[in-house]
Design a protein around this ligand. Structure first.
Ligand code: GDP
Ligand code: MG
Length: 438
């Protein structure tokens, strides 16, 4: 999509004195690209009208027309993703009952577990209830996931009434002081009205604090009707779009927001339990358009940097410094959280599991070895105050019991981090100043 839009803009650039008719031609191509990305027809029209209007208004002052239009596309799409409704705020120390709804195969069960795990890592007491009595394997699927992430689970394989299970589950888990009680419901097909009846019954019986609609984000133009049908049946509070890994179609998100008038809160980006990203409209649009998403990357960095040293580290990182000590802290928090994160996958040149180069276990082993190596470094070496020369290399290798190549590899990694961050920083500043200006 990004490429197509850029191609359209590129043509504009070639024409020196381009006028309204040429802009219109470029907009036609942008429209086509958006339609192919499943963006609803009405929005596409609205979006290009807005851009054309803006163009007419500011034509005299435009220096770089290509950039102005590109920015307008980003802004307009971001605006459309803003539901203007605040997402539900979880309350500490209280039982927040969250019900998940969506069609069969949308990714509800997987997402329930990802969601539980996400908040558990942030220190919340979460739990899972299986209120799907329709599909035989559901109980086991959620039970296994609950065991994996170690959160309390409630289900009843002999009970056939999902309403009874949900009510009983909430009662029991409330008593155990669970703060986020997640109810997984059954999903059937669009045509089956029983799904909607059953969902409504569970909804009115447990009165959840929040109802999250899970939708397969790669569903294309069908997303709008689907989202609307759910919105009509229950009070959808927010949306999670799944299966947004590996393809750049994002029209589903726009449709979901419009149909439910609710915010998208997370994206599912893979089958792994950690493949859940908090949703940021502008980042999403930039990625959709193929504009590199550096803001997002910095957020990922700040998520893994130890909270205590976060402020200081971030300041340094923003200056483009990423020392071995920063790397050490990152690695420590990765181990503490017990899983890898988006951060590792974002650095080009570093072998990572997201690109399938090595397994998660191998990656963790490597991180552990790197930490052992860093334990043999001096404070000044970690902080980048003294250079690590050949002599120090030997000392560190001997001290840590790791081969020289491994030490070298680690130092190389740190350099890649620094280089990547240096590239990132100017565009963050650029982004920030743009947002301020508007
Ligand atoms: P449910 O019927 O709505 O409960 O859907 P499930 O949670 O059972 O998921 C259906 C399938 O989609 C499973 O094979 C999941 O592994 C897969 N899945 C769920 N979320 C994602 C995602 O974000 N990305 C990918 N690639 N697969 C997903
Ligand atoms: Mg399920």
């Amino acid at each position: 999509l990004g490429k197509k839009i850029n191609d359209a803009l590129q043509k504009l650039n070639k024409d020196y004195n381009f006028d309204e008719s040429q802009i219109k031609k470029a907009l036609k191509e942008i429209q086509l690209a958006l339609l192919q990305s499943d963006v609803n027809v009405n929005y596409v029209k609205q979006l290009s009208d807005n851009i054309l209007q803006k163009f007419k208004m500011e034509e005299g002052q435009m220096i770089n027309k290509k950039k102005v239009i590109q920015q307008s596309v980003v802004q307009e799409l971001t605006k459309m993703l803003d539901s203007k409704k605040q997402p539900f705020q979880l309350k500490r120390g209280k039982p927040n009952v969250i019900m998940f709804v969506g069609l069969q195969g949308a990714g509800k069960t997987t997402t329930c577990a990802k969601y539980a795990n996400y908040w558990k890592k942030k220190g919340w007491r979460t739990s899972l209830i299986c209120a799907d009595t329709f599909r035989a394997g559901s109980f086991n699927q959620l039970y296994q996931l609950a065991m994996k992430i170690r959160v309390p689970f409630y289900g009843n394989i002999t009970e056939t009434d999902p309403v009874a299970i949900a009510v009983e589950g909430v009662k029991i888990l409330q008593k155990q002081n669970s703060e986020i009680i997640i109810i997984d419901t059954s999903g059937r097909h669009m045509q089956e009205s029983e799904l909607f009846d059953e969902m409504k019954q569970i909804y009115s019986a447990v009165c959840p604090n929040e109802c999250i609609f899970v939708m397969d984000g790669s569903n294309g133009q069908a997303c709008f009707n689907q989202a609307q049908a759910f919105k009509k049946a229950v009070e959808v509070g927010s949306v999670i779009l799944t299966k947004l890994d590996g393809h750049s179609k994002g029209g589903g998100a726009l449709s979901a927001v419009a149909a439910t008038e609710s915010p998208v809160i997370f994206l599912g980006t893979g089958e792994h339990i950690d493949d859940l990203e908090s949703f940021k409209a502008e980042s999403f649009v930039r990625r959709l358009l193929g504009l590199e998403d550096f803001k997002h990357m910095i957020e990922a960095v700040s998520e893994v940097v130890d909270i205590k040293s976060q402020k200081q580290s971030l300041k340094q990182i923003q200056k483009g410094q990423f020392t071995l000590r920063d790397l050490q802290q990152n690695y420590k928090s990765i181990l503490k959280m017990g899983s890898l994160n988006q951060f590792m996958g974002m650095i080009p040149g570093i072998q990572n599991i997201s690109q399938g180069q090595i397994s998660e276990k191998e990656q963790i082993d490597r991180i552990k070895k790197s930490l052992i190596i860093m334990d043999s470094m001096s404070e000044d070496e970690l902080d980048g105050i003294t250079q690590i020369t050949q002599k120090q290399l030997f000392r560190i290798s001997k001290g840590s019991g790791q081969p020289i190549e491994k030490v070298n590899q680690l130092i190389e990694e740190q350099k890649i981090f620094t280089r990547t961050l240096k590239k990132v920083i100017p565009s963050i500043k650029d982004c920030d100043s743009k947002t301020k200006r508007n």
